[in-house]
Design a protein around this ligand. Structure first.
Ligand code: SF4
Length: 368
C-alpha cells in the first residue's frame, strides 16, 4: 500500500503550474542553466551533490574550461583530473565520471545516451543523476529526487514516513513521476520536464529551507501545502537522527627542504584514495615525539615550528589536526614519499580539502 493516498496524488496533478511560473520568475542564474549540453548538465549535477551552488560556479567554470567536452574528460590524465577536482572532495566521483566518459566514447558515439535506463548502467550514475541528465538535457519525463525534493514533497503532503528508508524514497520517486504531466513534454510547450524537476529542487534550496523556518510567506505553493496549512512544516521530513561522528586526532607535518616539500601518496582505496598528502601520523604528537618519529624514518630534523590547529569534517568522521612545519637539510627518500617543488605542488598535485588549512599555512610561511 502506498504511503500516499490516491486523492493526495490527484490533488498534486496541476502543481507544476505555480511551480513553473515561480521558477521562470525566480530561478537563480547559474553558468550551466539553460545549457542543453548533457555533458555540462552531468558535470554540474555531480558537483552540486558535493557542495553549495555558490561554490560550484567557480569549480564548474574551471573544469569545463579545461575539459570542454566529454571526449576531453575521457582522455584526461589522472593527475590533471584530480587537480581540477581539488577542493570538491569525493574524488571517486570524478574517477567514475571518467570511467563513464570512456564507455560513452566507446559505446555511444561520445554523447551520453538519451535513455534513463542506459544512463543508469554507467559508473557513478544513480537514479538521481540519471533523472537529472535525462530530464534537464533531454526533456525525458523522469523524476530526479534529491534531499531538497524529498523535503519539499514531504511538507506539501505532510507525510511522516521516514525518508531515509529506500522503500519510502521509492514512493517519492513515483509521486514525483506522477507530478510531471505528459503535456509539459510536448514540443509545443517547449518540453519542460527538466524545468519542472529543477523547480522542485530550487524551491527546496531557496524557499523550503532545511534548517530553521522555511520561507512559506513567499512560497508559490503554500495554499496547497498540507504542512503549512497545519502550521508545522518544521516537523517534516521525518528521518532518524544521524549517529555521532567519530573523532580522529592527527598530526600533520609539512616537511620542507629548500624549495622542496615532501608529499606522500595515499593508498588506492579507502578515505581520500590515491590523493597526495603531507606527512602525517595518528594522534597528537608533541615536538619531541614528532622529531623521534621522523628521525626513525631517516629524516634529519633541523627546525620545528607549530602551525595552527584545524579540523575537517567528512560524512562519517572528523579529523582534529595539529600541525608542524618541519625543516630538514636533506631530502631523504621515504616510502610512498616524493619531494616536489612548491611550484609543482601548486600546479599539478591534488591535495585533499582536508589539508587545505596546512597548504595555506605553507604558503604563509614561504612568503615570510
Ligand atoms: Fe515548504 Fe512552506 Fe512552501 Fe510548504 S509552504 S512547500 S513548507 S516553503
Amino acid at each position: 500500500m502506498s504511503i500516499f493516498e490516491d486523492k493526495m496524488i490527484a490533488s498534486l496533478a496541476d502543481l507544476h503550474l505555480p511551480l513553473l511560473e515561480w521558477y521562470d520568475r525566480c530561478k537563480r542564474e547559474m553558468p550551466w542553466r539553460g545549457a542543453s549540453d548533457s555533458y555540462f548538465v552531468w558535470v554540474s549535477e555531480i558537483m552540486l551533490q558535493q557542495t553549495r551552488v555558490e561554490a560550484v560556479r567557480a569549480y564548474f567554470l574551471r573544469f569545463t574550461a579545461a575539459l570542454p567536452t566529454l571526449q576531453h574528460l575521457a582522455r584526461c590524465d589522472e593527475e590533471t583530473l584530480l587537480k581540477l577536482w581539488e577542493g570538491l572532495g569525493y574524488y571517486n566521483r570524478v574517477r567514475n565520471m571518467q570511467k563513464a566518459a570512456k564507455i560513452v566514447v566507446e559505446q555511444y558515439g561520445g554523447e551520453l545516451p538519451r535513455s534513463y535506463e542506459q544512463l543508469l548502467t554507467l559508473p557513478g550514475i544513480g537514479e538521481y543523476t540519471a533523472g537529472a541528465i535525462a530530464s534537464i538535457a533531454y526533456n525525458i519525463p523522469v523524476p530526479c529526487v534529491d534531499g531538497n525534493v524529498l523535503r519539499v514533497l514531504s511538507r506539501i503532503t505532510a507525510n511522516s514516513a521516514d525518508i531515509s528508508l529506500p522503500a519510502v524514497k521509492k514512493e517519492y520517486q513515483v509521486l514525483a513521476q506522477n507530478m510531471i504531466p505528459a503535456e509539459i513534454d510536448l514540443p509545443a510547450s517547449g518540453g519542460r520536464a527538466g524545468d519542472f524537476n529543477q523547480s522542485l529542487m530550487e524551491l527546496g534550496a531557496t524557499v523550503c529551507l532545511p534548517n530553521g523556518a522555511p520561507l512559506c510567506d513567499v512560497c508559490p505553493v503554500r495554499t496547497r501545502c498540507a504542512a503549512f496549512l497545519a502550521g508545522n512544516p518544521q516537523d517534516y521530513p521525518v528521518k532518524p537522527a544521524k549517529p555521532a561522528r567519530k573523532t580522529v586526532k592527527k598530526t600533520i607535518s609539512v616537511l620542507i627542504c629548500g624549495d622542496l616539500v615532501l608529499l606522500r601518496k595515499r593508498p588506492d582505496d579507502g578515505l581520500l584514495a590515491g590523493l597526495w598528502e603531507f606527512w602525517n601520523a595518528d594522534g597528537w604528537l608533541n615536538r619531541d615525539e614528532l622529531t623521534d618519529q621522523l628521525t626513525q624514518q631517516g629524516i634529519s630534523v633541523t627546525a620545528v615550528h607549530s602551525l595552527k590547529k584545524a579540523k575537517h569534517i567528512f560524512s562519517h568522521i572528523e579529523w582534529q589536526m595539529q600541525g608542524y612545519l618541519v625543516y630538514t637539510d636533506k631530502p631523504s627518500a621515504l616510502e610512498d614519499g616524493e619531494w616536489v617543488k612548491l611550484t609543482e605542488l601548486r600546479e599539478s598535485y591534488a591535495l585533499p580539502g582536508a589539508l587545505k588549512a596546512y597548504s595555506k599555512e605553507l604558503e604563509r610561511w614561504v612568503q615570510q
